[in-house]
Design a protein around this ligand. Structure first.
Ligand code: 9MR
Length: 523
C-alpha cells in the first residue's frame, strides 16, 4: 500500500466504526442529529474514501477547490478526507498571481498547497498560460514583449511551486471547437509556437512536474480532440517536454456522452502520454428529476470506467465536489446540480455510481466489517395500485435488515419484475415518497435479454447513500412507473405483482448486494 493510500486509509478509519453506524439511516429515520455532511463522512468511513478506492485501482481521485470555500469547515472535512488530489479553481491563474507586470502574489495559491500538504494530497497546478482570467496588461503588451512576459510568468510561478505542485496545466484551452487554434495574446504574438515555448519554460523551472495541455470537449473523438492529437504528436516529435493531456470533462445530461471516450483516451496514451480527467462535472437543466439524475450518474460512472480501462489515465478530478460551490449556475443560468454532493453536502446518486465504478462495493468491509451480512436483507412489498389494467405500476417496497450488523445501502438494489405489453419501449420511473427521502433512491427500468414467464422487464431500485442499522427498515418506498406513451399494462400475470395492501415479505422481489442476489427468487 502506498504511503498516500495508507494515509487516506487511516484518516478514513479515524471515524470510529460505531459512529459510522450511528450516523446512518437509523438517525435519519428518527430525525437524529447527523448532518448531511456527517452522513457523507460516515459513508466514507465505511467504504473507503473515493481516493482510497481510486488508489486501489492505480489512480487518484481529486477535487477542485477555491480559497473562499476553505473557511467552510463542513466542506473542508470532506475535501480533506475523500480526495487525494486538489486543484485550485482560481488562485494560481495569471490574474491572481501576476495582476501587475512583475508583481507576483502567490498567497492564495499557497493556502491551497498548504491545505494539500496538511491532508497528504497532491496538487495539480492550474494554469500557467490561458487566454482567460488574464490581466489586461498582457494583451496590451507590444507583440515583441509577449514571449518574455510569458516565460517570466511561467518561470516565477513554476519555480515558486516546485515540490508543491506535481502536475501543471501549462497551457489551458488552446483550441476552438473546430480544432483551429484559439486567438490569444500568446497566439497572436508567437503563433502556435507559444505552446512549445511555454512547455520548455515550465520544464526548465520545475523538471519534476508533469506538464499537461488541458482543454474541454476533447474527451471524445472529434475535430477538437483530433487537433489536440495532432498538436501533441508534433510536440513529441520535436522533443518538447510534455507528459500528458488533461480532458476537462464539463459534461451535461442534455448532450450525449463524449463519443468513444475510452478509445480517445487510449490514442493519447498510445503516444506515451498520461491522460487525466481534470475538471469533471455533469450539469443539467434545473430542476433535477429522476431521469436527469440517472443520466448524470451514468455519465459519472462511464467517465470512471473509461479512465479505469486506460492504464495511462492517471486520475480524475471533479470540478469541485459539491453543488454548493459549483461554477455552473453563474455561467449557465438555469443549470446546475452538476456535482457529486448537493448544496447541503449530502451525497447524491452520482457519488454512489462513482464509488461502485471504482470498485467500492468490494471494499465494503475493509474499514472494520461494517458492510454487514448481506444475507440478512429482505424485501417487503405491498400493492399500492388497485387497478391491474391501467397505465401505471405502483409497487410499494421496503428493505429490512434482519441481521446483526449495519449494511451500506449504496451497494444494494431491488428488482421488481413485470411485463411491458405493447406500447413505447421507454419508461419513466418515480419515487413518490419515502421516509429515507426519494432523493437518495435511484430507479430505472431494465429490459431483460431473456424474457421469462411474467417478466420481460424489471424495475431496479437502489440507493445513493446511507446504511441500514441492524433490525432497521428503510420504511416504505412508494415507487411508480409508466411507459413514455402512457399505454396500459396487464399486471395480472406479472411475476412480482401481488394483491396484498399491507407490507409483507416478498420472495418474488429480489435483493442484490453488489450485483449478487441475497434475497428472493428471480423468475
Ligand atoms: O471554476 C472557475 C470559476 O470559479 C471561474 O469563475 C471561472 C472563470 O473563467 O473559471 C472556472 O474554472 C474554469 C477552469 O479554470 C478552466 N476550465 C473551465 C472551468 C469552468 O469555467
Amino acid at each position: 500500500m502506498s504511503s498516500m493510500k495508507r494515509c487516506m486509509h487511516d484518516r478514513a478509519r479515524g471515524i470510529p466504526t460505531l459512529l459510522a453506524g450511528a450516523l446512518t439511516l437509523a438517525l435519519a429515520l428518527t430525525g437524529g442529529p447527523a448532518t448531511a455532511a456527517q452522513q457523507g463522512t460516515a459513508i466514507a468511513a465505511q467504504q473507503g474514501s473515493l481516493h482510497e478506492l481510486a488508489v486501489a485501482q492505480g489512480k487518484y481521485f481529486g477535487s477542485a477547490t477555491d480559497n473562499p470555500e476553505l473557511t467552510d469547515a463542513a466542506y473542508t472535512a470532506i475535501l480533506g478526507s475523500e480526495f487525494g488530489q486538489i486543484t485550485p479553481g482560481n488562485s494560481m491563474k495569471w490574474d491572481t498571481t501576476e495582476p501587475v507586470q512583475g508583481q507576483f502574489n502567490f498567497a492564495k495559491g499557497d493556502v491551497v498547497t498548504d491545505f494539500a500538504a496538511q491532508h497528504g494530497q497532491t496538487v495539480r497546478g492550474h494554469t500557467l498560460v490561458w487566454h482567460s482570467q488574464l490581466p489586461s496588461w498582457v494583451g496590451a503588451l507590444p507583440s515583441a514583449q509577449v514571449e518574455a512576459a510569458m516565460t517570466r510568468h511561467i518561470t516565477e510561478e513554476a519555480t515558486h511551486y516546485r515540490g508543491a505542485v506535481t502536475a501543471w496545466d501549462v497551457v489551458n484551452e488552446p483550441f476552438n471547437e473546430d480544432g483551429t487554434f484559439r486567438t490569444s495574446p500568446f497566439y497572436t504574438a508567437m503563433g502556435s509556437d507559444y505552446i512549445a515555448t511555454a512547455l520548455r519554460a515550465a520544464h526548465a523551472a520545475d523538471p519534476d512536474a508533469k506538464l499537461y495541455l488541458n482543454d474541454y470537449n476533447i474527451e471524445g473523438l472529434g475535430a477538437k480532440s483530433d487537433a489536440m492529437y495532432t498538436l501533441v504528436t508534433e510536440l513529441l516529435d520535436e522533443g518538447v517536454p510534455l507528459d500528458g493531456v488533461g480532458m476537462q470533462a464539463h459534461l451535461a445530461v442534455q448532450y450525449g456522452f463524449p463519443y468513444q471516450m475510452q478509445a480517445n483516451m487510449q490514442r493519447f496514451a498510445d503516444l506515451g502520454l498520461d491522460v487525466a480527467v481534470t475538471e469533471l462535472d455533469v450539469r443539467m437543466a434545473l430542476p433535477a428529476d429522476a431521469a436527469k439524475t440517472t443520466t448524470q450518474s451514468g455519465y459519472y460512472r462511464q467517465v470512471v470506467e473509461a479512465c479505469l480501462a486506460v492504464e495511462r489515465c492517471v486520475g480524475i478530478t471533479v470540478w469541485d465536489y459539491t453543488d454548493k460551490y459549483s461554477w455552473v449556475p453563474s455561467t449557465f443560468p438555469g443549470q446546475g446540480a452538476a456535482n457529486l454532493y448537493d448544496e447541503n453536502l449530502a451525497p447524491k446518486p452520482a457519488l454512489s455510481a462513482v464509488r461502485t465504478a471504482l470498485g467500492g462495493a468490494d471494499d465494503g468491509g475493509d474499514d472494520g466489517g461494517e458492510g454487514g451480512d448481506p444475507g440478512a436483507l429482505k424485501a417487503q412489498y405491498r400493492n399500492s395500485d388497485s387497478s391491474v389494467g391501467d397505465n401505471q405500476i405502483k409497487p410499494g417496497l421496503q428493505l429490512v435488515n434482519t441481521g446483526t450488523t449495519a449494511v451500506g445501502l449504496s451497494d444494494v438494489t431491488l428488482r421488481y419484475w413485470f411485463t411491458a405489453g405493447s406500447g413505447a419501449p421507454d419508461y419513466r420511473t418515480w419515487c413518490d415518497w419515502s421516509p429515507i427521502g426519494c432523493n437518495t433512491v435511484t430507479h430505472r427500468v431494465v429490459a431483460m435479454d431473456t424474457p421469462k414467464a411474467g417478466a420481460d422487464h424489471y424495475l431496479e431500485v437502489g440507493f445513493g447513500s446511507g446504511s441500514l442499522a441492524p433490525g432497521a427498515s428503510t420504511g416504505e418506498i412508494q415507487m411508480r412507473l409508466n411507459k413514455s406513451d402512457w399505454s396500459v399494462f396487464d399486471e395480472s400475470d406479472d411475476y412480482s405483482h401481488g394483491s396484498g395492501t399491507s407490507y409483507a415479505d416478498a420472495p418474488r422481489i429480489a435483493v442484490y448486494v453488489d450485483g449478487e442476489q441475497v434475497w428472493g427468487v428471480a423468475p
